[in-house]
Design a binder for this molecule. Sequence first.
Ligand SMILES: [Zn+2]
Ligand SMILES: [Zn+2]
Length: 145
Amino acid sequence: MDKPYILLADILKRHGYSITKPRQTVFTLLINQEPQSMYTLTSRAKGKIDRASVYRTIRIFEEAGIVQRIYIGWKYKVELTDIFSRHHHHLSCLRCHKLLALPEDNTIEKRITVLTNKHHWVVTNHQLEVQGYCEHCQKIESFNL
Ligand SMILES: [Zn+2]
Ligand SMILES: [Zn+2]
Protein backbone atom coordinates (compact mmCIF):
# COMPACT_ATOMS: atom_id res chain seq x y z
CA MET A 1 0.00 0.00 0.00
CA ASP A 2 1.13 3.55 -0.76
CA LYS A 3 1.89 5.92 2.10
CA PRO A 4 -1.43 7.85 2.01
CA TYR A 5 -3.34 4.57 2.13
CA ILE A 6 -1.35 3.35 5.13
CA LEU A 7 -2.16 6.63 6.87
CA LEU A 8 -5.82 6.29 5.85
CA ALA A 9 -5.97 2.75 7.28
CA ASP A 10 -4.34 3.98 10.49
CA ILE A 11 -6.78 6.88 11.00
CA LEU A 12 -9.79 4.69 10.24
CA LYS A 13 -8.57 2.09 12.71
CA ARG A 14 -8.16 4.72 15.44
CA HIS A 15 -11.81 5.64 14.88
CA GLY A 16 -12.95 2.03 14.99
CA TYR A 17 -13.30 1.48 11.26
CA SER A 18 -11.51 -0.91 8.99
CA ILE A 19 -10.21 -0.10 5.54
CA THR A 20 -12.58 -1.60 3.00
CA LYS A 21 -12.51 -1.61 -0.78
CA PRO A 22 -15.27 1.07 -1.11
CA ARG A 23 -13.48 3.31 1.41
CA GLN A 24 -10.24 2.94 -0.55
CA THR A 25 -12.07 3.76 -3.78
CA VAL A 26 -13.67 6.93 -2.38
CA PHE A 27 -10.29 7.98 -0.99
CA THR A 28 -8.70 7.46 -4.42
CA LEU A 29 -11.34 9.75 -5.93
CA LEU A 30 -10.45 12.47 -3.41
CA ILE A 31 -6.68 12.36 -3.55
CA ASN A 32 -4.94 15.20 -5.44
CA GLN A 33 -8.27 16.72 -6.46
CA GLU A 34 -9.87 20.12 -6.24
CA PRO A 35 -12.85 20.26 -3.85
CA GLN A 36 -15.73 18.31 -5.39
CA SER A 37 -19.49 18.45 -4.97
CA MET A 38 -21.18 15.25 -3.83
CA TYR A 39 -22.80 15.14 -7.27
CA THR A 40 -19.39 15.09 -8.97
CA LEU A 41 -18.05 12.56 -6.53
CA THR A 42 -20.96 10.13 -6.90
CA SER A 43 -20.83 10.53 -10.70
CA ARG A 44 -17.14 9.63 -10.73
CA ALA A 45 -17.81 6.67 -8.44
CA LYS A 46 -20.50 5.31 -10.78
CA GLY A 47 -19.91 1.68 -11.72
CA LYS A 48 -17.57 1.23 -8.75
CA ILE A 49 -19.69 2.08 -5.72
CA ASP A 50 -23.31 3.12 -5.37
CA ARG A 51 -24.42 6.59 -4.31
CA ALA A 52 -25.49 5.56 -0.79
CA SER A 53 -22.10 3.99 -0.07
CA VAL A 54 -20.30 7.13 -1.24
CA TYR A 55 -22.40 9.25 1.15
CA ARG A 56 -21.88 6.78 4.00
CA THR A 57 -18.13 6.71 3.40
CA ILE A 58 -17.90 10.50 3.29
CA ARG A 59 -19.77 10.66 6.60
CA ILE A 60 -17.24 8.29 8.19
CA PHE A 61 -14.34 10.23 6.64
CA GLU A 62 -15.73 13.49 8.06
CA GLU A 63 -16.11 11.93 11.50
CA ALA A 64 -12.52 10.68 11.36
CA GLY A 65 -11.18 14.06 10.18
CA ILE A 66 -10.12 12.73 6.79
CA VAL A 67 -12.51 14.89 4.79
CA GLN A 68 -13.81 18.42 5.31
CA ARG A 69 -16.68 20.40 3.84
CA ILE A 70 -16.28 23.77 2.21
CA TYR A 71 -19.51 25.71 2.09
CA ILE A 72 -20.38 27.94 -0.82
CA GLY A 73 -23.62 29.56 0.24
CA TRP A 74 -25.75 26.63 1.44
CA LYS A 75 -24.07 24.11 -0.85
CA TYR A 76 -20.82 22.38 -0.06
CA LYS A 77 -17.93 20.60 -1.63
CA VAL A 78 -15.66 18.06 -0.02
CA GLU A 79 -11.89 17.72 0.03
CA LEU A 80 -9.24 15.89 2.02
CA THR A 81 -8.13 17.65 5.19
CA ASP A 82 -4.64 19.00 5.87
CA ILE A 83 -3.51 15.52 6.95
CA PHE A 84 -3.41 14.59 3.28
CA SER A 85 -2.97 17.89 1.49
CA ARG A 86 -1.04 21.09 2.08
CA HIS A 87 -2.88 23.57 4.30
CA HIS A 88 -4.60 26.30 2.30
CA HIS A 89 -7.49 28.76 2.34
CA HIS A 90 -10.21 29.26 -0.22
CA LEU A 91 -11.86 31.96 -2.24
CA SER A 92 -15.36 30.93 -3.27
CA CYS A 93 -17.75 32.46 -5.78
CA LEU A 94 -21.39 32.50 -4.70
CA ARG A 95 -22.64 32.64 -8.28
CA CYS A 96 -20.63 30.11 -10.35
CA HIS A 97 -19.43 28.11 -7.29
CA LYS A 98 -15.83 28.34 -8.41
CA LEU A 99 -13.31 27.59 -5.66
CA LEU A 100 -9.81 28.94 -5.70
CA ALA A 101 -7.11 27.71 -3.36
CA LEU A 102 -5.05 30.57 -1.95
CA PRO A 103 -1.34 29.94 -1.54
CA GLU A 104 -0.04 29.44 1.99
CA ASP A 105 0.44 32.69 3.85
CA ASN A 106 2.64 32.65 6.94
CA THR A 107 1.45 36.05 8.13
CA ILE A 108 -2.15 34.83 8.42
CA GLU A 109 -1.09 31.52 10.01
CA LYS A 110 1.12 33.25 12.61
CA ARG A 111 -1.63 35.72 13.44
CA ILE A 112 -4.10 32.88 14.02
CA THR A 113 -1.59 31.19 16.34
CA VAL A 114 -1.13 34.41 18.34
CA LEU A 115 -4.88 34.93 18.68
CA THR A 116 -5.67 31.33 19.63
CA ASN A 117 -2.79 31.15 22.12
CA LYS A 118 -4.30 34.14 23.88
CA HIS A 119 -7.35 32.00 24.58
CA HIS A 120 -5.21 28.98 25.59
CA TRP A 121 -6.76 27.07 22.74
CA VAL A 122 -5.46 23.71 21.59
CA VAL A 123 -6.01 24.07 17.87
CA THR A 124 -6.56 20.94 15.81
CA ASN A 125 -7.60 22.55 12.55
CA HIS A 126 -8.91 25.74 10.98
CA GLN A 127 -10.58 26.70 7.73
CA LEU A 128 -10.72 30.07 6.13
CA GLU A 129 -13.11 30.73 3.30
CA VAL A 130 -13.60 34.07 1.66
CA GLN A 131 -16.96 34.21 -0.08
CA GLY A 132 -17.92 36.65 -2.78
CA TYR A 133 -18.03 36.99 -6.55
CA CYS A 134 -15.27 36.16 -9.01
CA GLU A 135 -14.16 38.66 -11.62
CA HIS A 136 -16.36 37.12 -14.29
CA CYS A 137 -19.52 36.97 -12.14
CA GLN A 138 -19.13 40.55 -10.89
CA LYS A 139 -19.92 41.73 -14.41
CA ILE A 140 -23.08 39.61 -14.65
CA GLU A 141 -24.54 39.73 -11.17
CA SER A 142 -26.57 42.86 -10.44
CA PHE A 143 -25.51 43.99 -7.00
CA ASN A 144 -28.03 45.55 -4.68
CA LEU A 145 -25.49 47.18 -2.43
ZN1 LIG B 1 -18.09 33.27 -10.36
ZN1 LIG C 1 -4.70 28.67 7.55
